[in-house]
Structure formats: structure tokens, C-alpha cells
Write a protein that binds this ligand. Structure first.
Ligand code: GLV
Ligand code: MN
Ligand code: MN
Length: 409
């Protein structure tokens, strides 16, 4: 039988995207959190597809599914199955699906290459503030303090793992030895507008942004909304609002920096009570790590000044930091050649989103291929990548693996 063309590969990817789409804890939106019932269902489905592709399937202590073929140092390809709250259907799953279809096709073509297809479960940090924990475990740098992190319901990471049927003591066994990992490559939607603007379906990622995430707790004094004069209040929410605007101003002042206050909670949270305590998160990103650190320090200084002026107390609790990660040059060039082989122009672009490739880069040479998404929209239910572009991505991944195998054999 002839090898499938890009259109057929895209059709298959689309069917698989549709199969995963309903696996959500809420009927009208996509919510697929790490170690949830829906994660279990998605992982089981990925395992079924991997077995159908002739891969040997295992699952590690963090619920990461691994489908293996061949012997020797592995070309590791994959992405994640978890979603943000009310997310889209392509962020993560496309990379898992592309890897499964590509491995299936490589096996059918009889190409001699050792591959592990991976479906991670904790890329988004949507349940615990533990972004990239499953890829960190594979790369051998899982941080044990992660086990104590708590979800919104007060369950610890460790308890959630046990409820998922896992033994935290097995986490070190998930790690590859450096000699077992030849390279890591991830297909992912771009989540930005540049491929669309260039009218190209595929891009090669040059590097992944560095991030700092922390929560800021502002304490004032709760009081009666009707009786305390404006000049006698210690309103924690107004202080927090000023601090959020300071984060925006700061990010605008630095080159290529973004800052987001995505979560805020006012306590006790009643219409007729002056907020006594506010907790909000800041997510600050930049390709330049020194600039990012400078901006975090500048924010703290500014927030302290705002707190002092309003007679509030402010504290900062960092919960995630990762340095900017350049993608491997040789893998980038191989991806670019594969894309060019298919008649497309491989745009080189950096990633403002975090990815499992960032954790995997600590283990082995890592790289990413981006796929155009409509309007650059992501972390939004309107996220969309066409069947044709998914087909181009899978075809380019197959071509990349062929080139990779030829290079190593
Ligand atoms: C992951 O999607 C991120 O927040 O960059
Ligand atoms: Mn993602
Ligand atoms: Mn995401």
C-alpha cells in the first residue's frame, strides 16, 4: 500500500483530536487536569493508539504514557494531554497525536530507528502550581518538594498521585539515563500569530522563553463598607490593583517582556466588606534571563513602595521559575530541511509559551516544530488548527525522523 499523503495524515490527526475533545470534567468547556479522571481516559486512549501502532506501552509514576519501538538511544517525541481551564483542543494533544501517527508510519516503512512516543500529563500547571513536573521526572530533575503542593481542593500532589494508583517512591524510575536519550522533538501549535502572518503552516523554534511565576499576598484590614471613611481604609484590593498595573508598566518598559496577572482572590470576598487580604499571581516572561530577574526585583521594590504608601503588608511567594532554553541547532536545521522537503518555507521563531521541551533540554538535545493556528489564538476554546496544517506537520515529522535515522545509522 502507498504511504499516506499529508491530506490523509491530517484527516487521521483530526479524527484523533475529535476523540480526545470530549474528555473533559465540564460538559461545555475543555478542562482536563493532571491526574484527573479525564487525564486517565486520555492516557488510556493514547495507550490504545500506541498499541495499535505496534509500540510497547508503559506508564510511569506520574502517569506519563510511553510507547517504545527499537533498541538503543531513543528519539523521544511527544507532548502533553492536560489542558488549561476552558482551553482549546490542540495545545498538547496535537504533539502526542502527531508523534503516534509518525511512529506508526515509520514502523510501517521499516525504518530502523529507536523511538519513544510520550504523552505527558502536567505541562500546564493548571491543577497544582507544578508546571512541567512530568517532563522533569523523565529528564531526571523532578523536585521532591512538588509532592507537597496543593490543588484548589486542598489535596496534595502526593495524595493525588496515590489516588491515581501511583507510588511516589517510583518517580526516580521514570528518568532516562543520558545515554538512553538521543534527542527530544515536540510538535506544538504556535499559539501566536507569526506563521499565519507569514502564510506558512510550519515553523522551527529557535528557543523557549524563560518564566518567573509567583503569588503576591497583600494584607490590609477588613472593615465595614459603609462606615470606614475612604482616607482611613487599608484596602488590600486597591493596593493589589495598583501592583498589577505596576507589573504591566514594568513589562512594557523592558524589551520583549510580558507580564500577566491571571488569578486574583479578594478575602473575605463580600460586597459590603473592605477586602482585608488579596492574593494574586504574576507570570512574567522574557527571553533574556538577566532582564527577567531584574524585572522581578523591580516589581518587588515597586509593590513594597505601593504597600508602604497605603499602609499595607506585602509578601511574595515564587512557585515556578525556568530559564530561557535555546533549541538544539542541529535538530533545528534537520527540522527545517524536513519542512523544506515538503515544499514549505520553515520560518524560524521563538516561543513565548513554556513547553515540555524546556524540561527535556536538560536531558538531551531538544527542538520543536510549530504549527500555524488560526488568529494565533490559544488558551481559549476558539483555538483552531486546520486538518491540512496538521497533515503538513505530521508529514514533516515523518520526514524529520527519516532524516534523523539516516544521520544516525
Ligand atoms: C503553557 O502553556 C504556558 O503557560 O506557557
Ligand atoms: Mn502546551
Ligand atoms: Mn498551554
Amino acid at each position: 500500500m502507498n504511504s499516506p499523503d499529508a491530506a490523509q495524515l491530517g484527516k487521521r490527526a483530526e479524527q484523533m483530536i475529535r476523540t480526545l475533545a470530549p474528555l473533559s470534567s465540564e460538559p461545555d468547556k475543555l478542562v482536563r487536569l493532571f491526574l484527573s479522571k479525564e487525564h486517565r481516559q486520555a492516557a488510556d486512549q493514547a495507550a490504545v493508539w500506541m498499541r495499535e501502532a505496534g509500540l510497547d506501552v508503559t506508564e510511569d509514576a506520574l502517569g506519563t504514557v510511553r510507547g517504545s519501538m527499537g533498541k538503543g538511544p531513543k528519539l523521544i517525541i511527544g507532548s502533553h494531554l492536560d489542558s488549561v481551564v476552558d482551553g482549546g483542543h490542540y495545545d498538547g494533544p496535537l504533539g502526542v497525536i502527531a508523534a503516534i501517527i509518525a511512529a506508526d508510519e515509520i514502523k510501517k516503512r521499516g525504518i530502523d530507528v529507536a523511538i519513544d512516543v510520550i504523552a505527558f500529563g502536567d505541562e500546564e500547571g493548571s491543577r497544582f502550581p507544578s508546571t512541567l513536573s512530568s517532563s522533569a521526572a523523565l529528564a531526571g530533575h523532578f523536585e521532591p518538594h512538588t509532592l507537597n503542593l496543593m490543588d484548589a481542593k486542598g489535596l496534595t500532589f502526593e495524595q493525588a498521585l496515590e489516588a491515581y494508583g501511583k507510588n511516589p517512591a517510583d518517580i526516580p524510575k521514570a528518568a532516562y539515563r543520558k545515554s538512553e536519550a538521543a534527542a527530544y522533538v515536540e510538535v506544538h501549535i504556535e499559539q501566536g500569530p507569526r506563521l499565519e502572518a507569514a502564510n506558512e503552516p510550519l515553523g522551527v523554534v529557535t528557543g523557549i522563553v524563560g518564566q518567573s511565576r509567583w503569588s503576591t499576598t497583600v494584607r490590609g484590614e477588613a472593615g465595614h463598607a459603609g462606615t470606614v471613611p475612604m482616607n482611613m481604609r487599608h484596602d488590600a484590593l486597591l493596593g493589589a490593583a495598583e501592583m498589577a498595573l505596576a507589573a504591566e508598566k514594568l513589562a512594557r518598559a523592558f524589551k520583549d517582556m510580558v507580564a500577566t496577572v491571571g488569578r486574583i482572590e479578594a478575602r473575605p470576598g463580600a460586597t459590603n466588606i473592605i477586602p482585608g487580604e488579596v492574593v494574586f499571581t504574576v507570570d512574567l516572561r522574557c527571553m533574556d534571563d538577566a532582564e527577567r530577574r531584574r524585572a522581578v526585583a523591580a516589581f518587588e521594590k515597586e509593590a513594597q513602595a505601593i504597600a508602604a504608601a497605603r499602609k499595607l503588608d506585602v509578601k511574595f511567594q515564587p512557585f515556578h521559575a525556568i530559564d530561557a532554553t535555546p533549541c538544539d541547532r542541529r535538530l533545528q536545521d534537520l527540522l527545517a530541511s524536513a519542512i523544506a522537503d515538503l515544499g514549505h518555507k520553515p520560518l524560524r521563531l521563538s516561543s513565548g509559551a513554556g513547553h515540555d521541551a524546556q524540561a527535556m533540554a536538560k536531558l538531551c538535545p531538544s527542538a520543536m516544530m510549530f504549527v500555524r493556528c488560526r488568529g494565533g489564538i490559544s488558551h481559549n476554546p476558539a483555538e483552531f488548527t486546520s486538518e491540512a496544517d496538521m497533515g503538513a506537520a505530521v508529514a514533516a515529522l515523518i520526514r524529520f525522523i527519516e532524516r534523523f535515522a539516516a544521520r544516525t545509522n
